[in-house]
Design a protein around this ligand. Structure first.
Ligand code: SF4
Length: 435
């Protein structure tokens, strides 16, 4: 049997597709820094796949990138992943890990809503995957849920596989229920809260790793209030804030609105540092702090990693392969169904046009970002917010104003907290061609 472990590196986080690359990249290059850059794509410390075990959802969030944007790929896929297809996927991933000399495999069970599969069927599916992956790899399961269907039975199942569970929730009832509604338009918070309580009880009994929360930023809300609700009232230890999954063409270029996104994040940051609870982590903020205080070493490792880390792939319920799921709203051919687990290998897919284009986009910034003082901490923001039909990824973030003010705010805080200005300046001014 594979070694099932929980990942200390990812404790408290279950990321949406593609958001854990930086952590993985750091680890990869700490261990393999001696490899030539052109070799690094062929070897990876860890491979990650996001598996769409269901392609339907029991709720209907109005902003959902999977069901409520232009891309309707789910309509041509089965509602549920079959055991046979899961076995085929596991063999595909296992072979990918062999080809890339990887020792760890991370599988994120995703949807739609993955719990629609049913607990018994998920258990059979996980058993099949574990069997196919075999004993030669460290296997980690993660699962992202809306929390509506969680029961004790589910909590026991998550514990059995050491799953890192993430719940999608946008704050308290008032904030959450604006966008996160069911198919009748009713709010979902109270039902999600029941599920969170079940999970937190299992965490308190030591049966489950701390659960994470993914929260979409609503610029009309108070970031501080949302942070306190998630961290203090609901007890989440690992949080991340997600900016809207809009690209350059679809996001309103409204400076006042973008400033509100910035204010939300700055207020959430203030509440986070005021709390000063070392058990709580917020990926977006901690990444920035590390870039500003980590010295040349941190930024150098990140620079290397960005161009060469192995991307997580998304496997649809019929076996189609796609890249970072957050790029789905671009509707730009990245999810055209050309590559499947039947006609490609993982290594082969990582060398296809889309994959190379995205890898290059991760490494190459728009000239405005290259010249920006926050470059190393912000790095142009999420890829989706940089994409436009005309220039593809060659744009600064459509939410640049918000990101600029957040990083300025974090730097101000660090100076007031006693971090030497010189440290911050040295970290931020490091460039790949620095002596
Ligand atoms: S703050 Fe704006 S210009 Fe600076 S790196 Fe971020 S997106 Fe680019």
């Amino acid at each position: 049997m594979s070694q099932l472990i929980s990942s200390p590196q990812l404790d408290g986080y279950v990321a949406s597709a593609g958001t854990s690359f930086e952590e993985v990249g750091v680890e990869l290059f700490h261990t393999e820094l001696n490899l030539k850059p052109e070799e690094t794509l062929y070897t990876a410390y860890q491979v990650e796949a996001i598996i769409k075990i269901t392609e339907r959802c029991n709720i209907n969030c109005t902003y959902c990138y999977f069901f409520n944007k232009e891309d309707k790929g789910y309509e041509r896929h089965p509602k549920y992943l079959s055991i046979e297809k899961a076995r085929e996927m596991a063999r595909f991933i296992r072979q990918g890990a062999v080809d890339l000399s990887s020792t760890e495999i991370v599988l994120t069970l995703h949807g739609g809503e993955p719990l629609l599969l049913g607990a018994k069927r998920l258990e059979a599916l996980c058993d099949a995957i574990v069997e196919e992956i075999g004993p030669d790899f460290v296997l980690m399961f993660r699962l992202q849920t809306n929390g509506m269907l969680v029961t004790q039975e589910w909590a026991r199942l998550f514990a059995k596989y050491n799953m890192h569970v993430g719940v999608s929730l946008d704050g308290d009832e008032q904030a959450n229920d604006i966008y996160r509604v069911d198919h009748r338009g009713n709010g979902t918070y109270s039902r999600v809260k029941r599920g969170i309580d079940v999970l937190q009880d299992a965490v308190a009994r030591g049966e489950l790793s701390p659960i994470g929360a993914l929260c979409v930023v609503d610029p009309e809300q108070s970031g501080a209030h949302i942070y306190r609700h998630l961290a203090k009232e609901l007890g989440f230890r690992g949080l991340n804030f997600l900016l809207p999954l809009d690209d350059y063409d679809t996001l309103a270029h409204d400076e006042a609105l973008i400033a509100k996104y910035g204010k939300y994040l700055c207020d959430a940051f203030d509440a986070y540092v005021q709390e000063d609870d070392p058990d709580i982590t917020i990926r977006m903020f901690e990444t920035a702090i590390r870039a500003m205080t980590g010295g040349d070493g941190y930024n150098e490792v990140m620079e290397l990693a960005r161009g060469h880390w192995v991307q997580a792939v998304v496997l649809a319920s019929d076996g189609e392969i796609g890249p970072d799921d957050t790029l789905r709203p671009t509707n730009s051919g990245f999810f055209d169904g050309r590559y499947t687990i039947g006609n490609s290998t993982l290594k082969g897919y990582l060398h296809c046009d889309s994959s190379i284009k995205i890898r290059k986009a991760s490494a190459h910034l728009h000239t405005k970002c290259e010249a920006c003082k926050w470059r190393n901490a912000c790095y142009g923001g999420p890829l989706i917010n940089r994409y436009s039909k005309e220039r593809e990824f060659d744009n600064p973030s459509a939410l640049c104003g918000a990101l600029y003010s957040l990083h300025e705010h974090i730097a101000d805080y660090l100076v007031k907290a006693g971090v030497p200005t010189q440290t911050i300046e040295t970290s931020l001014s490091w460039r790949p061609d620095s002596p």
